[in-house]
Ligand binder design. Structure first.
Ligand SMILES: Cc1cc2nc3c(=O)[nH]c(=O)nc-3n(C[C@H](O)[C@H](O)[C@H](O)COP(=O)(O)O)c2cc1C
Length: 392
């Protein structure tokens, strides 16, 4: 299995078939996982393969107080078990209520159950003197635990990283004979999934990555078509080629016809909900380039725009799509019209695959506002960049 597929499809599996997990497979998983990074390469991890039924059953009452508090806090609208905002929940009452929590019993009955501990006497906890909960120590154990889950996925297995056993650490240590300086880091049930999920809900890169500072601009480069497999082709334009006269402007007196070129695209992400097609001249001497064309809310089922889809009356657009006015103030495609003698201009035709069905704008907004509304919603983009020049 390809690494990127493994990474993108290792979901939290909480339901398994009866098929046992052989010791050979389990050993192979751990044998691959042990190459995980860890502070100072001290490898303070230990793994307990819990086969004994009574021991597994004993986990259930040790997990329950933690899940009871979790449920009560979630019900109160709190972020359960966070270490920043004090809880308003009556913890003792929450534990006494002892509500059922889905999945716990099933996990203890999974084909394989692993408990992970980490030896705190060898972990460099660089944040141990800070006035907040420790984070660094976990980095010497969870890359290993996650490696186990990735390696398991690669074997066709599924599991889930759980931490709710840690709430009763002393009792778990006693039950399993774990020394006091070993933290109970995780319990991971494993087996063959009853159903393999392939689409995990995660936020896009631009929503959590910034440049230079926490409050810096989003890290949102245009993704090269080659990396995603997303490509756009045309019967009329080609990257590096010269635009033909139909795609040059008549309206702006450059002797052309303002006919938008045919475009077809493929290989876009499965999650795509709509497309935006734009044509932009970054070389226009305006200080902000020049937007020649902007079609938004193209349904995800559309993978082609016919020649002249950008006619000013909008008649050739797919149902649901509409024009945002170009920088000439016209609702359609404006052909190339670089000032004579200004050299070669690039005309960047871009197809953006978006994570939303609609940008929620109307055709009267500026192109900057349209672009701003795409922020954080672009899954992938593909481009064709022809050029055009008028001799001076
Ligand atoms: C540090 C950590 C602790 C977690 N603890 C639990 C847990 O105690 N019980 C549980 O069922 N899932 C637990 N999870 C699994 C998360 O709920 C899961 O990763 C998340 O909901 C994403 O699910 P998905 O990968 O299926 O999209 C934990 C995950 C992490 C990373």
């Amino acid at each position: 299995m390809q690494l990127d597929e493994v990474m993108r499809t290792t979901f939290s599996c909480r339901s398994w078939t009866d098929q046992p997990v052989s010791d050979e497979v389990l050993h192979r998983i751990l044998d691959n996982a042990r190459f995980a990074p860890n502070g100072g390469n001290r490898q303070g991890w230990r793994v307990i393969v819990v086969n004994d039924t009574a021991t597994r059953e004993a986990f259930i009452p040790l997990i329950k107080p933690t899940t009871s508090v979790y449920l009560a806090q979630a019900k109160a609208g709190e972020g359960p078990w966070n270490s920043v905002i004090p809880t308003a929940v009556d913890i003792e009452a929450a534990i006494a209520a002892d509500p059922p929590f889905p999945g716990v019993v099933e996990m203890t009955q999974a084909p394989a159950v692993l408990v992970f501990t980490v030896d705190l006497s060898v972990v460099a906890s660089f944040d141990k003197d800070l006035d907040r909960v420790g984070v660094i120590s976990g980095a010497s154990i969870y890359p290993f635990v996650w490696n186990v889950l990735l390696a398991a996925r690669n074997e066709g297995l599924g599991g889930v990283l759980t931490t709710y056993l840690a709430g009763q650490e002393a009792n778990v240590q006693e039950l399993l004979g774990v020394p006091a300086h070993h933290a109970i880091a995780a319990m991971v049930p494993l087996g063959y999934p009853t159903k393999q999920l392939t689409k995990l809900k995660r936020k896009p890169v631009e929503s959590f990555t910034t440049i230079d500072r926490f409050d810096g601009p989003a890290f949102a480069p245009v993704i090269e078509a080659a990396r995603t497999g997303f490509t756009v082709t045309s019967n009329e334009i080609v990257s590096g080629g010269t635009l033909a006269l139909p795609q040059v402007s008549g309206i702006f007196g450059a002797g052309g016809q303002d006919v938008s070129p045919h475009l077809a695209w493929s290989g876009f992400p499965d999650e795509t909900k709509s497309f935006v097609v734009t044509c932009y001249d970054p070389d226009a001497p305006t200080g902000s380039g020049f937007w020649h064309w902007n079609v938004v809310d193209i349904p995800a089922s559309v993978t082609e725009l016919a020649t002249d889809a950008g006619s000013q009356d909008g008649a050739n657009l797919p149902t649901g799509a509409f024009h945002v006015k170009n920088d000439a103030g016209l609702p359609g495609y404006l052909g190339a019209a670089p000032p004579p003698g200004h050299g070669k201009h690039r005309y960047v035709f871009t197809v953006h695959a978006l994570s939303v069905e609609s940008l929620g704008i109307d055709g009267s907004v500026t192109n900057a506002i349209a672009g701003f509304n795409m922020f954080g919603k672009v899954l992938a983009s593909a481009q064709i960049v022809p050029t055009y020049e008028q001799q001076g």
